[in-house]
Write a new protein. Structure first.
Length: 489
């Protein structure tokens, strides 16, 4: 900026000086030419009354102080030259001063000559039809004026450039302050431990430095957008890492539980086989075979449950048909009553429309059967278990509730995860069948495969599983009041 201002000021000063000098020289040249013409006219008027060395015309009125005049011989040499002094008299030029006037032709051309002791002169010589004469005027006034102009312009330029430099420095530094703050923010962000640890709130550029109307504001806004992107990417990466850790932990727990569940029946089968190999005195063959068959069936059921979950995880298509949930739930309740006569089983139907859904009938039956079996195994004798079906224009809802002791609060968040049991030691409930912890996980997976939702509400004396499935061939509409039709088994 300073170099540009200096160049501009220099160009302006030089242009002004050159233009002013040309103007003053042009004016001086006119005066010199006029003076030469007057001198020649004066000589012509005095012709016959003068000698070849007469310069009496210098004494005429109108001659400026410092005017130089000279006469030539036939060979063009200066034979006489005089100058008008300050008191109005003429003074003869010295030989050195006359020598400085040599070589000037009488063609009216203007010349600049330096006369020793007199200074710089602008001179011209006229010949033509008249008497040859040389006339000159001093250039001191022009040079002095040009010198003053140079001094004035130099002073003005120095003062102006100094003031402009100070103003530019202040303004530019003021304009660069937002960039300094943006740079400080970038440095602070670069010092944050982004490669490890938890994601913390990164520093942002202040709002005052994000004005899109200025270049610095655009840089600040762009940096904030970049920091937002970095922060969201780090948060996403952290969530992914946490999810991966949880997934690995679930996988390890799943493998450990699955290994244990498979090892137990295998150990039982191997033990009974070993007893039978040692002889039938230790155990009756029929009893051993029954236990081997029971453990084999248990292991087969576990493997089938694992395979079913694997197929559902892979998204394999289910059999699709129209299923009547009212009939399906009624059959499941009847089967549960046959398996657990010491419970009070009830069926309730609340139907605005046929409870029809599109899905796999066998898998949906398995969902209801698992919920009823879960209620039977984890509630005491005499517990009332109610299975209900509600159908509206848009949804079909299956509810299985009981008045048992409820699910422990600590178990509710993970009740639908695989191998989830109240007994973390994997021990079996005394006197009951016990489960592998896959029943509710299968219920959740099958429900999700049918585009449904399941959730549980539990408190002492009231536990309810609610399954919401889309009704076949309908679009959601406003629910209407239903007149309950209750059936008790």
């Amino acid at each position: 900026m300073g170099a540009t201002l200096v160049a501009v000021c220099t160009a302006l000063a030089l242009t002004t000086i050159v233009a002013q000098r040309a103007y003053l020289l042009g004016n001086l040249d006119e005066r010199v030419t006029d003076s030469a013409e007057r001198s020649q006219g004066g000589l012509q008027r005095r012709e016959g009354e003068q000698s070849d060395t007469d310069l009496g015309f210098l004494a005429e009125r109108g001659q400026a102080v410092g005017t130089v005049a000279a006469r030539f011989d036939d060979d063009g040499h200066v034979i006489v030259a005089e100058v008008v002094t300050g008191d109005g008299h003429q003074q003869v030029l010295t030989a050195a001063q006359r020598a400085a006037l040599a070589g000037i032709t009488t063609d009216g051309t203007l010349h600049t000559r330096s006369l020793p002791g007199l200074g710089t002169y602008r001179v011209t010589a006229l010949g033509g039809d008249g008497v040859p004469v040389l006339t000159g005027l001093p250039m001191d006034d022009v040079q002095e004026l040009i010198g003053r102009l140079v001094v004035v312009e130099a002073v003005v330029a120095v003062v102006g450039l100094t003031a402009a430099g100070v103003v530019c420095a202040v303004v530019i530094r003021r304009q660069l302050r937002p960039l300094d703050r943006v740079a400080a923010t970038a440095v602070e962000v670069s010092r944050s431990p982004l490669g490890h640890g938890e994601v913390t709130a990164l520093t942002r550029v202040p709002d005052r430095d994000t004005d899109p109307g200025s270049e610095a504001g655009q840089v600040g806004a762009a940096l904030n957008r970049m920091i937002d992107h970095v922060e969201s990417s780090l948060a996403e990466r952290q969530r992914g890492e946490e999810e991966m850790r949880r997934s690995e932990e679930r996988m390890r727990r799943f493998l450990a539980d699955a290994s244990h569940e498979l090892r137990t029946p295998l150990a039982s089968i191997a033990g009974y086989a070993e007893l039978m190999n040692r002889g039938t005195e230790r155990i009756e063959a029929s009893l051993a075979w029954r236990r081997v068959s029971a453990e084999s069936a248990r292991m087969t059921g576990l493997v089938e449950d694992l395979l079913l979950l694997a197929r559902l995880d892979e998204g394999r298509p289910l059999q699709v048909a129209e299923v009547d949930l009212a009939s399906l739930v009624a059959e499941a309740v009847w089967d549960a009553r046959a398996a657990g006569e010491d419970h009070n089983w009830q069926l309730a139907l609340f139907l605005d429309a046929p409870a029809l859904v599109v899905g796999d009938e066998a898998r949906l039956h398995q969902v209801v059967a698992n919920l009823l079996a879960n209620a039977r195994m984890h509630t005491p004798v005499g517990t009332t278990v109610i299975a209900s079906v509600e159908a509206t224009d848009a949804h079909c809802v299956i509810r299985v509730r009981d008045d048992g002791p409820g699910i422990p609060p600590s178990l509710l968040p993970t009740v639908f995860e695989r191998f989830t049991r109240a007994d973390a030691s994997r021990s079996r409930t005394t006197g009951k069948e016990g489960g592998s912890g896959l029943g509710l996980a299968i219920v959740d997976a099958i429900t999700a495969a049918h585009d449904g939702h399941i959730h549980v509400e539990s408190a002492p004396g009231h536990t309810e599983f609610i399954i919401d499935l889309p009704r076949a061939g309908t679009t959601p509409t406003t629910d209407r009041s239903a007149s309950p039709a209750s059936v008790t088994v």
